[in-house]
Design a protein around this ligand. Structure first.
Ligand code: HEM
Length: 414
């Protein structure tokens, strides 16, 4: 039995902020291991990467989620009382509610709303000399997801509501003003959505029964009780906010089309499956969610190591998606690699791994893929544009990664 190797410094919080997405990979490479113990934000933390350890991380008998998310993440990205922090049957019941929203027909409706929204937005772009694609994608997705979930969106508030969803995503790992913007945005958004939940429950607002606002307002937990209005708001935001987050992947897809023009040609040639491979490669290649966190439920031994009870564990999503044992030439953008890819729920984990219902894997993965496909087809077949000189370098210390220009396009013609 071995002790888990240590990274050898009293506290690595600042190094994490510095190395960002590469924090775990760098130390694994230096120590010649796939896991090590570090001290992060005053807590002993085991960091791990790779397919085998991802499989271990998603073992519900050994790991749990309750109380793992740091308070600063709950005050910005996640909210309090949401599905991310539940375990066992309460998690299964709540997760079932999310998965019930994800039928193929409902996802197709969202894709249609989004396609129509892209066309409406782009009609104005022709009159402007330049457009920041990331900002447009956020607003376009916010409009589409609000229509889809049944959230009434007042025209004069569209930009503010969009900015609040973006601020929550942008704040999770930030300090200073970026973090505070996310906290204020969450408070505002929760108050707004709580009001809508109450309106639905008191029949002041009528919405379709198959939309998220209805399903979440009337969802009953295992006890048979309705969710309290704050938790209901947190869960509805758990649908809308990450749908707006797909704007990051859409911006990355636009960058990939720009940096790899041969991909656009193959998309235009409508080669079978190429769109699927392209979208998967964007999710694998570009940095978005760096890690996920859990805690050991009890003491156990695995892979020759002893894990004590109550230890915080981080799984490296970015590092696993760039693990050279799983991906040839992992730092090259190569959609064709997915032609040969042997599906595994633990090797390709941009939105988490393992099971959907019994685990914490992202229930929005199908939505993400469909919305990306709509946007990629729109950008490559319906739109002509130029890409002016701009700073597209991405710092891997900034979480979530965002190029300074947020991808500017010009001379747009639809
Ligand atoms: C940019 C696209 C997205 C990314 C990168 C992303 C990433 C993730 C990740 C990494 C997790 C955590 C997995 C884990 O803890 O093991 C997660 C969970 C989750 N995601 Fe997504 N997601 C995206 C889009 C969506 C969408 C469109 C929805 C809308 C329904 C969504 C809803 C959720 C929910 C509710 C959870 C919590 C699941 C649970 O704890 O059981 N996500 N996502």
């Amino acid at each position: 039995m071995h002790e888990i190797p240590r990274d050898g410094v009293p506290d690595s919080t600042l190094s994490f902020a510095w190395d960002g997405y590469l924090f775990i990979t760098k130390r694994c490479t230096r120590l010649g291991t796939d896991l090590f113990r570090s001290r992060l934000m005053l807590q002993s933390t085991v960091c791990m990467r790779g397919e085998e350890l991802a499989r271990l991380f998603y073992d519900n008998e050994r790991f749990e989620r309750a109380g793992v998310a740091p308070s600063r993440l709950q005050q910005t990205l996640f909210g309090r009382g949401g599905v991310q922090g539940l375990d066992g049957n309460p998690h299964r019941c709540r997760k079932g509610m999310f998965l019930s929203l994800m039928s193929a027909e409902r996802i197709a409706e969202l894709a249609e709303l989004s396609a129509a929204q892209w066309h409406r937005s782009a009609a104005n772009w022709e009159r402007r000399s330049q457009v920041v694609l990331f900002d447009e994608a956020c607003e376009s997705l916010c409009r589409a997801v609000c229509a889809w979930t049944g959230i009434p969106l007042v025209e004069s508030e569209v930009r503010r509501r969009t900015d609040d969803f973006v601020a929550m995503i942008d704040a999770g790992a930030a300090i200073g003003p970026r973090h505070w913007r996310g906290r204020w945005a969450r408070n505002r958004a929760e108050r707004w959505i709580e009001g809508l939940v109450e309106d639905v429950r008191h029949h002041r607002l009528t919405v379709d029964e198959d939309c998220a606002l209805y399903a979440i307002s009337w969802h009953r937990d295992l006890s048979g009780e309705l969710l309290d209005k704050r938790t209901a708001a947190v869960e509805l935001i758990n649908v809308a906010r990450p749908t707006v987050a797909v704007a990051w992947y859409i911006m990355f897809a636009a960058m990939a089309l720009h940096q790899h023009p041969q991909c656009r040609e193959r998309l235009l040639a409508a080669e079978a499956y190429y769109l699927d491979y392209f979208v998967e490669e964007v999710r694998r290649f570009y940095p978005f969610f760096p890690v996920v966190a859990a805690r050991t439920r009890r003491e156990f031994e695995s892979k020759g190591y002893r894990f004590p009870k109550g230890e915080r564990v981080l799984l490296d999503l970015y590092g696993t998606n760039h693990d050279p044992r799983l991906w040839d030439d992992p730092h090259t953008f190569m959609p064709e690699r997915f032609r040969q890819w042997k599906r595994s729920p633990f090797s390709f984990i941009p939105q988490g791994g393992g099971e959907y219902l019994d685990g914490h894997r992202c229930p929005g993965e199908w939505i993400t893929i469909e919305l990306m496909k709509v946007a990629v087809m729109f950008l490559s077949t319906s739109l002509r544009y130029s890409v002016p000189q701009q700073d597209l370098r991405m710092s891997l210390s900034r979480i979530p990664a965002l190029p300074p220009s947020r991808f500017v396009i010009g001379n747009v013609q639809i």
